[in-house]
Design a protein around this ligand. Sequence first.
Ligand code: NAP
Length: 282
Amino acid sequence: MRKLFGVIGDPIAHSMSPLMHNDAFAQLGIDGYYQPFHVKSADLAAAVHGMKAIGVQGFNVTIPHKTAIMPLLDQIDPLAKAIGAVNTVVRENGGWTGYNTDGAGFVQGLREECGGPLEDKRVLLIGAGGAARAIYYTLASEKVNQIDIANRTLEKAASLAESCPYSVAGTVKTTQEAEAELAAYDIIIQTTSIGMLPLIEAAPLSVENIKPGAFVSDIIYNPFETKLLQEAKKQGARIQNGLKMFVYQGALAFEKWTGQTPDIERMADIVRHQLGGNYVNN
Ligand code: NAP
């Protein structure tokens, strides 16, 4: 019988995950289907129980359910528990197990494109929201030496660092402090929503003082090159957008569900094609 997978969120209509996963099923000859489900917060518990009842094998979780779903699951992977958010749910021993592949997806893409070991690099993380938390905790769990955080709301950055269960050096900075000390960083990771619609002409900080050859990763992928990435490129930095993170978090979920590794480049091409190249679809 065909195996059913999906993604739950609100809104969900623009998700590119169904295209990516259904193509991977076809490529690998797996009899599976991935369906987007529009689930409102008030219906989350009913949806999670209902999916178990009808035999769904696994699903992704997106905004606004990544944290709210946790008490509804049977087991939670330790890293997802530490992050406090689940984006992938797998049917294991008849129950639901929650994982977070956002951080691991990001770090896999970073390792691939940044070059050299991450462990001894000095990292600046801009932002302290859900995505920043997943990335910070995953980098810390992988023994990166120093991660400083710059965020509009300093208390949120401090609380993110304080509650991290993995030991890592670093301080919390205002955006102005981070700008002034930018030359100290080998890697800059941008995780705020500045650079996305409607803020496509804005950048979270000025990159005038960037270290030559620094690596700048912005987890936004629509637009493909945010203002920050454009400015960083002008200053001679190497840049990466959020497409790799998106594709790898999906690929890691796919592996957990099927035990098979999808074609990453093909997945990335599907998303690029769907976005229509470098354009912002509003
Ligand atoms: P979130 O939890 O709402 O966090 C938003 C972050 O952006 C916070 O640090 C917030 O600062 C900051 N921010 C928002 N508006 C700002 C403004 N006007 N000025 C200064 N700072 C501002 O969101 P999230 O889930 O972490 O997502 C953040 C971004 O990552 C989104 O653009 C999302 O699309 C992208 N993302 C990409 C992927 C991928 O696979 N590539 C995965 C997940 C998320 P405060 O703490 O001060 O409010």
